[in-house]
Design a protein around this ligand. Structure first.
Ligand SMILES: [Zn+2]
Length: 163
């Protein structure tokens, strides 16, 4: 039995009854959260979110990549969001290796170097600043006045704003 099989059974046994009370794809708080895929981050719990309130974009690191800009552009231009939170975190897996090492591993194993940036980091605050700045400078994201960056501590749940 795979983990997917396990989850399919949990779905059958579970609590998800869809979202009949949320009739629109427009998030009620008009806000998008960009964060890491790290399994320790419970985004709904971090911000006390309710169903239907925000868009959540997750990737390795919570980095604002071109694809995150794509989703933010759609989120703001078509689905009425206006504010952005970028939240990276302590103890991130992206701080445990380097771009060069990962790129070399990929090339050695596959014969191909990726066209995309790996985006590892050592200083999480600098990484947050970089991602916030990418949103603030993107011409494809119309609402850039309220873009705020944070570091979430996965051990204590402390949330620290990055200036
Ligand atoms: Zn992470």
């Amino acid at each position: 039995m795979t983990a997917i099989d396990d989850l399919l059974q949990r779905h059958v046994d579970g609590q998800d009854h869809g979202a009949p009370e949320v009739p629109t794809p427009v998030p009620a708080l008009h806000l998008t959260v960009v964060t890491c895929m790290d399994a320790r981050i419970k985004v709904f719990d971090v911000f006390g979110l309710k169903h239907g309130e925000v868009h959540i974009l997750r990737n390795a690191g919570g980095i604002v990549t071109d694809d995150v800009i794509r989703s933010l552009s759609i989120s703001q231009r078509k689905l009425q969001t206006r504010e952005v939170i970028v939240m990276q975190h302590t103890s991130c897996g992206m701080a445990t290796f380097t771009d060069d090492d990962f790129r070399a591993d990929l090339e050695q194993d596959t014969g191909l170097r990726p066209t995309w940036a790996i985006e590892t980091f050592r200083d999480v605050e600098n990484s947050v600043r970089q991602s916030v700045e990418r949103v603030r400078r993107s011409p494809f994201v119309p609402h850039r006045d309220t873009v705020r960056g944070f570091v979430y501590d996965v051990k204590t749940a402390a949330l620290t704003e990055v200036q």
